[in-house]
Design a protein around this ligand. Structure first.
Ligand SMILES: [Zn+2]
Length: 55
């Protein structure tokens, strides 16, 4: 079995903790931390699907 490391869709660092994700029109984005998730969310508001974004 291989463990596939994902990289943060904002800064490119490996994602060590799962759970910082956003569902967008371009697919599911993963982030290394809450900060990256928040920044991506701000920059791409128009691409987000109304799942987590509506909070
Ligand atoms: Zn990051």
């Amino acid at each position: 079995m291989t463990i596939e490391k994902k990289s943060c869709d904002l800064c490119g660092l490996p994602v060590e903790i799962e759970g910082f994700t956003l569902l967008t029109k371009e697919g599911n984005k993963e982030f290394c931390c809450e900060g990256c998730q928040g920044i991506y969310q701000m920059l791409n508001e128009d691409k987000l699907l109304a799942d987590d974004a509506a909070k």
